[in-house]
Structure formats: C-alpha cells, structure tokens
Design a binder for this molecule. Structure first.
Ligand SMILES: [Zn+2]
Length: 171
C-alpha cells in the first residue's frame, strides 16, 4: 500500500472526464487500497481516482473517519440514480487547498455503482454523505468545487494562486 500524491488545481487531469472501469481486477483493488491510505493520510472524507492521477471512475469515502465502526467504502463507476431537495453547504477539496466555499447540492441522493468485489451496490445518503458522494462524482466528471461557485469567487482564488506562485518564484 502506498500514500499517493494528490494533484492540485489547475492540473489538467482534474478537468477530464474519467473513464469507465470495464474490469474490476487486482489493479483496481490496489488503486482502492492506495486511495484509502491517501485519503486517511490527508484527513479527507472522500477521494476520486483522478485526484491521484488515475483517470478512472473510482471513488472512496469515509464521512466518519473517527468512528471505530468502519464506514469506509469504495464505488466503481458510480452514478446518481435519484436525488431530492436542495442544500447549501460549505465544502473544501484536497485538490483545492486553503479554500472553503458554499456549494449548492442535492439534500439526498441514491448512488449506484460496483463494489471492489464486483457486486452491484446502492448507497443512499443525506447530510455529509450525500454531499461527499456528489463531490466525488463531480470529480470523475471533471468538475471541481471551483466550477460550482460564481465566476468572481473563482477569479479571486485564481489570483491568490498566481500571487503565491510569484512569491515562490522570487529568489
Ligand atoms: Zn475534492
């Protein structure tokens, strides 16, 4: 198992729609193990494969990492099959460091996908789980929280990054 590097905005892989997984094999299961380690290592509640540079439709989540009961799960080729209500919630992202912003989401979702064992799985969630599911599914569709905020807010973040970069480049 390995902790992988988490790619940051504006890496181009993060903007790309990830590819369907056609076969759940050892390689996919190893990727899931590594994503799990990487997510816990970074203190996140979810991670998509594209964030570690693998453009495949795989997500991992654990919205209660402190819970001794394991609430970790992985979903392959996840798809939202139903949704309900609306909610505004402040979100952050491991690929968009030092950024928190309110994002409009569905309050409840039902997601269907495959488990690492290759069986069909349905996850129904509300609250943080629903938000995290939508956030990670956005990732595999090439969408970041920055794409879900106003242009002005996006520009402010971009300018901040530019400034930081300039500072780093100065000798
Ligand atoms: Zn994210």
């Amino acid at each position: 198992m390995a902790v992988l590097e988490i790619l940051k905005y504006p890496h181009r892989i993060l903007k790309k729609r990830s590819e369907e997984v056609s076969q759940i094999d050892e390689e996919v299961r190893k990727l899931i193990h590594d994503m799990r380690e990487t997510m816990y290592g970074a203190g996140g509640v979810g991670l998509a494969a594209c964030q570690v540079g693998v453009s495949r439709r795989v997500i991992v989540l654990d919205v209660n990492p402190m819970d001794p009961q394991h609430t970790f799960f992985a979903l392959i080729n996840p798809e939202i099959i139903s949704e309900e209500g609306e909610i505004d919630h402040e979100e952050g992202c491991l690929s968009v460091p030092n950024y928190l912003e309110k994002v409009k989401r569905k309050e409840k979702v039902c997601v269907r996908g495959m488990s690492p064992e290759g069986t069909e799985m349905e996850v129904r969630g509300d609250g943080i789980l629903a938000i995290a599911l939508q956030h990670e599914i956005d990732h595999i569709n090439g969408i970041l929280i920055l794409d879900r905020v106003s242009r002005l807010k996006r520009e402010i973040y971009r300018n901040k990054l530019k400034k930081e970069k300039r500072k780093e480049e100065k000798p």
